[in-house]
Design a protein around this ligand. Structure first.
Ligand code: CU
Length: 294
């Protein structure tokens, strides 16, 4: 299991750690490092063996796009999940719930500009799932399904192309972006080291202020965390998913902010488009950043 390293997310390792009193058990969609300190973490043994690549395994599931149809401004998409080995349908009962959901779909275009995080609903036919999706760009899109099959008991990312063949300009804007303003809130990203270097752990911090410059302390829980930070590498092959350190929400009325801290260890050089998904006053925001690993 731990020897089956996925090529996708091992190249960048992001961890959320040192979390005393960690409230939930399904924390496996962090890319864990060996420095885990979650006292209640169920994968401690796996995480503590000295291998940075333990948390994500090679895909055992394949994802295919079954149908895409227009539905008003949006698209209705059906996807199929099957076991690679024997083509058996992957229904919900074969998957573990992680961060309140069994199937997380991370969808992004090839410029890394239009990111969606979607939870499809299972259709009657086993292995078929459906979701509505709003493609904001004329571009090619790719899906990363973040899954945790019960039989392997390991997280895996399964990739499929959702839209292909678009001629549109698909260059990635590799500008470094450490400050992003959305909905009147300003999100500032910083690291404890001057530059991110391959293999060197760094501590990242996102500080949130409102339009008057006051600290924002009312981050609402989003799928069991105060933020979901997802990073897409400019190779379009690598995705990472982290959650902030510190107390996680245990009930809907819990609030977080104004700071989100996280650990990052990049094992590969390149540009990473990072999105912090947060919820403030009932509105979900996907806050973009751009960082470079040297
Ligand atoms: Cu999700």
């Amino acid at each position: 299991m731990k020897n089956h390293m996925i090529l996708l997310s091992v190249t960048l390792l992001l961890t959320a750690s040192a979390n005393v009193g960690y409230a939930h058990t399904d924390t496996t969609d962090h890319s864990h490092s060996t420095t885990e300190k979650h006292s209640e973490h169920q994968h401690t043994a796996k995480d503590s063996h000295g291998d940075h690549h333990a948390a994500v395994s090679e895909p055992t599931i394949k994802l295919s796009v079954h149908k895409i149809e227009d539905k008003g401004d949006k698209k209705r998409v059906q996807i199929k999940l099957e076991k690679i080995k024997d083509d058996k349908s992957i229904s919900l009962d074969k998957l573990k719930e992680v961060h309140t959901q069994k199937v997380h779909l991370l969808i992004i275009d090839d410029t890394l500009g239009d990111y969606s995080h979607i939870h499809p609903k299972a259709l009657k036919e086993p292995g078929l799932y459906e979701f509505e999706w709003d493609a904001k760009k004329q571009a090619n899109y790719r899906i990363w399904a973040d899954l945790h099959p019960l039989d392997t008991d390991a997280q895996e990312y399964v990739i499929a192309d959702l839209v292909t063949g678009k001629e549109a300009k698909s260059e990635i804007n590799k500008a470094v972006v450490l400050e992003s303003t959305m909905d009147g809130y300003t999100f500032k990203l910083s690291f404890d080291s001057e530059s991110l270097v391959i293999g060197k752990p760094a501590l990242g911090k996102i500080t949130i202020t409102d339009k008057d410059g006051n600290p924002v302390k009312d981050l609402e829980p989003v799928m069991g965390a105060f933020a979901h930070i997802v990073g897409f590498f400019d190779d379009r092959q690598t995705v990472v998913h982290i959650h902030p350190m510190g107390e996680e929400p245990s009930k809907p009325t819990d609030r977080g902010g104004p700071e989100l801290q996280f650990h990052i260890v990049a094992e590969k050089a390149g540009f990473i488009k990072l999105f912090a998904q947060v919820s403030i006053k009932g509105k979900e925001l996907f806050v973009p950043f751009g960082i470079v690993v040297k």
